[in-house]
Write a protein that binds this ligand. Structure first.
Ligand SMILES: Nc1ncnc2c1ncn2[C@@H]1O[C@H](COP(=O)(O)OP(=O)(O)OP(=O)(O)O)[C@@H](O)[C@H]1O
Ligand SMILES: [Mg+2]
Length: 243
């Protein structure tokens, strides 16, 4: 087998893994939904039971333990839901591809993430509103949302996130730059790998992997500039609509 055959084989394997993942995600969504609502029901009722007067110490302890277990289950369910969501978007067919103003996409991504961002950072903008790329609005928004969430997650104290939009060599580009702790050089190559996360249970490690996939499908690039201690800058470039 030559190199091209190997690439084709690897590529078709990736496609079937993607389809399988989307199918599995779909199948998991239903049972997850009823496990979630049943768990919420049990949590409510056992809480009410635990708070009843006239319980013995033993009875109260058993109920308190049951509550802890259910709470842990509830957290697991939230995690499964997030994974299912990420896996579904992995192979979601694209919506409408057309002219998209990058500054508009970034503003709507800011609105979508504002509830978390507002506690973590001040925003600075330097956006050329005339930059229009050829892409799927929803997908580019998903990329910007992922990058903004990552920047917010990275902040250990209140920081600054800078959004830039500009043209470069026939591409429309945007930067999401933060002044958080940055990414050490030995981890930089790994952040775009699927399932690479430093967030333990709360991260899936699919965010940047999906960003890269979306950007590449749009004929663009995503690049990371970072130095430990000096923040991180992600730059996304997509072909201009009128190029
Ligand atoms: N702005 C940033 N500053 C510092 N580290 C970052 C930044 N963005 C990403 N990283 C690192 O890259 C890892 C991978 O990011 P990615 O978005 O793929 O997954 P995640 O954020 O961990 O999980 P999820 O996206 O599901 O919440 C993160 O866990 C973090 O270690
Ligand atoms: Mg992320």
């Amino acid at each position: 087998m030559d190199k091209d055959d190997l690439n084709i084989e690897a590529y078709s394997r990736l496609i079937s893994v993607g389809l399988l993942a989307a199918g599995v995600a779909h199948e998991i969504a239903n049972p997850t939904a009823y496990i979630k609502s049943n768990t919420a029901y049990l949590l409510r009722n056992i809480k009410a039971l635990r708070d009843m007067p006239n319980l013995s110490g033993d009875q109260r302890n058993v109920l308190a333990e049951a509550l802890e277990i259910l709470q842990e289950n509830a957290e697991g369910i939230v995690r499964i839901e997030r994974l299912v969501h990420e896996l579904k978007s992995y192979s979601r067919p694209s919506g409408t591809v057309g002219p998209v103003a990058l500054a508009d996409v970034l503003e709507s991504a800011v609105i979508l993430t504002w509830n978390r961002l507002k506690y973590k950072a001040d925003l600075a903008r330097d956006m050329d509103t005339s930059v229009v790329v050829h892409a799927d609005y929803g997908k580019v928004e998903e990329v910007a949302v992922n990058l903004l969430n990552n920047a917010a997650d990275a902040m250990q104290t209140r920081g600054r996130i800078t959004l830039r939009v500009y043209k470069r060599n026939g591409f429309g580009c945007f930067d999401v730059q933060d002044n958080g702790p940055g990414i050490p050089s030995d981890k930089q190559a790994r952040v775009f790998e699927p399932f690479f996360t430093t967030k333990g249970k709360s991260g899936t490690g699919l965010g940047l992997y999906l960003c890269k996939k979306i950007v590449q499908e749009a004929g663009g690039t995503i690049k990371l500039d970072s130095e430990a201690g000096k923040g991180a800058k992600f730059t996304v470039c997509i072909p201009l609509a009128d190029a």
